[in-house]
Ligand binder design. Sequence first.
Ligand code: ZN
Ligand code: ZN
Length: 81
Amino acid sequence: MGWYYLPLVGSQYGPCVPNEFGDCKHRACECTRQQFRAICKLCGKAIGEGARVYFGPKHELTHARCEETAEERRRTDGRND
Ligand SMILES: [Zn+2]
Ligand SMILES: [Zn+2]
């Protein structure tokens, strides 16, 4: 399972910077903003812009660091033999 970086607001691949009217109406930008607002199921906090993330099997987002911590814990707990 690979991880990748979400873009930053206003960066080349990121959503537009909000203006005095609020966020832009671009579909792609809205999509990315939804990913920023998505809640990491492991720590319960919003993913946020520019985060390093994993896509789960149901396309749910988690912070890569949270996923790696959980994975490390699973590996340590499962070490019985
Ligand atoms: Zn936009
Ligand atoms: Zn998290």
